[in-house]
Design a protein around this ligand. Structure first.
Ligand code: NAD
Length: 489
């Protein structure tokens, strides 16, 4: 693909060029346009739903034995792995994330297809023990057409996390990737098609949220919506889905507390806090954005953290030594910088960072320095609102009760982490934290088979593991009569 050509998208057998309207993908490393994709509109949604409904009803996919569906899913995973380097490179250009992170995301995308293929092989229906002259069982059935809407921060991985289980469950999927990062989803559609997925079962519509996304959620043919993105968008989608009475899976924002008790392994905790916030330049839903350090350790810990932060290597995404790349867009960098300004106005002290790096090599990209702020109460905007950038706020705490109250003192509940030498305490605190994932003496680990999702305003439903397959299935109970005599009143 070149920056001049407009890559079309496909609905069924038909290629669409967006009537000349396109979405440009910009490389955050230097601001250059790397490609353009045809822009879908709400009008394309009607056609895509019709094609998906037809594919769902007429192709054998939903009726295949799950272990047979698995063979196609394995093949998709195999092909993603075979194209790993090219996909990771394209992903780096599209999202601006360091190449290493992109390779990891491509690997994970392949794992999702392999994992859900394996679940298909072993998936069992429930047989209930009889309470009369009948035999009863509960079966998983697909919904039909599922809309999957994804954000820009983990392209291909976030998409595979939805598409693999939704297809595994027998659905047809219409995927709307973020307008910031449309390229990888189109590659995924191509790979699925080349791997033998029947036509129409996966359609990718590169378009804008308020246009294509909103039209998908409203469309009467869409039977389930799976969304990952910001909490405000999720709330709007849930409102429409509530009126339509269709199920939603919502993976939303976070403001995760990262807690360090005074008995923690100091070095491990510093490293964990650093990677928990500055990995992906803070553009991670589970980033540990609020650091709580026990008062007796606070000064020493924050000093060490600031020294380590000064050494974080901010650089171009394709440089092997880069530890932190740029932000996804100029507008997003302005938003992050705006939050740091707000923190200053609210009385926060910027201990390190707080501006654009002074490095000529990075001048054309959307870089921002890793930033550490202290002196704010937990109620400050920088402590309550999702910044989605490399900005950490540090807060001291007294004891377990205090840190549980402050940690939970947010509308969000996506994740939390803690460092302590006392596992009994870790268990107590983990049970009290209102978060979908809690990490103890580690941070940001994720497992394909371990459920993921949010409490409170961080979401509804769980992805990954068997929960991920259930999200895309509805249960039907079937009874077989075994009566010797006719039923009577
Ligand atoms: P966003 O909410 O702006 O957009 C996400 C997607 O929704 C995009 O594809 C967008 O086009 C679409 N969209 C926007 N308005 C819509 C509407 N009215 N109807 C339907 N679709 C619409 O989020 P973003 O800026 O792309 O991503 C960052 C956000 O995603 C952060 O809040 C982050 O925490 C969250 N996120 C959450 C998880 C998780 O698993 N919990 C993972 C990654 C990102």
């Amino acid at each position: 693909m070149t920056a001049e050509t407009i890559q079309p998208f496909r609905i069924g057998a038909e290629w669409r060029d967006g009537g000349g309207e396109c979405i440009r993908s910009v490389y955050a490393g230097d601001g250059s346009v790397i490609g353009a994709v045809a822009r879908a509109t709400a009008r394309d949604v009607d056609d895509a739903v019709e094609v998906a409904e037809k594919a769902f009803r007429t192709s054998p996919w939903r009726k295949l034995r799950p272990d047979v569906r698995a063979t196609t899913l394995y093949e998709i995973g195999r092909r993603i792995t075979a194209e790993r380097q090219d996909l990771a490179h394209l992903q780096m250009l599209d999202s601006g994330k360091p190449l290493k992170e992109c390779q990891h995301m491509v690997d994970n995308a392949a794992y999702f297809f392999r994992y859900y293929a394996a679940l298909c092989e072993t998936w069992q229906n429930e047989v209930t023990s009889p309470r009369g002259d009948y035999f009863s069982m509960s079966l998983a059935e697909p919904f039909g057409v599922v809309a999957a809407i994804t954000p820009w921060n983990s392209p291909i991985m976030a998409e595979a996390q939805k598409v693999a289980p939704a297809l595994a469950a027998g659905n047809a999927v219409i995927l709307k990737p973020s307008e910031e990062t449309p390229l990888l989803a189109l590659q995924l559609a191509r790979i699925c098609s080349e791997a033998g997925l029947p036509e129409g079962l996966l359609t990718v519509l590169p378009g804008y949220g308020e246009d294509v996304g909103a039209a998908l959620v409203k469309h009467p043919g869409v039977r389930m919506v799976s969304f990952t993105g910001g909490t405000d968008t999720g709330r709007a989608i849930a409102g429409v889905a509530g009126t339509r009475l269709i199920p939603v899976g919502l993976e939303l924002g976070g403001k995760s507390p990262h807690i360090v008790f005074d008995d923690a392994d100091f070095e491990k905790a510093v490293g964990g806090v650093l990677s928990g916030i500055f990995g992906s330049a803070g553009q991670s839903c589970v980033a540990g954005t609020r650091l709580f350090v026990q008062k007796s350790l606070y000064g020493r810990f924050v000093d060490a953290l600031v020294e380590r932060t000064k050494k974080v290597r901010v650089g171009l995404p394709d440089h092997p030594a880069t530890q932190m790349g740029p932000l996804v867009s100029k507008a997003h960098r302005a938003r992050v910088a705006g939050y740091v300004d707000i923190a200053r106005q609210e009385g926060g002290r910027v201990l390190v960072g707080g501006g654009i790096p002074d490095d000529a090599k990075l001048a054309n990209g959307w870089f921002y320095q890793p930033t550490v702020i202290e002196g704010l109460p937990n109620t400050a905007r920088a402590c309550q609102e999702e910044i989605f950038g490399p900005v950490l706020v540090c807060l001291p705490f007294e004891d377990e009760a205090d840190v549980i109250a402050q940690g939970n003192g947010t509308v969000f509940g996506l994740a939390a982490g803690m460092w302590t030498g006392d596992y009994a305490r870790a268990w107590r605190v983990a049970r009290e934290l209102e978060a979908g994932s809690v990490w103890i003496n580690t941070y940001k680990q994720s497992h394909i088979a371990t459920a993921f999702g949010g409490f409170k305003a961080s979401g509804i439903g769980r992805e990954k593991g068997f929960h991920g397959l259930r999200l895309y299935s509805q249960v039907k109970s079937v009874f077989f009569g075994m009566h010797d005599k006719p039923l009577g009143l």
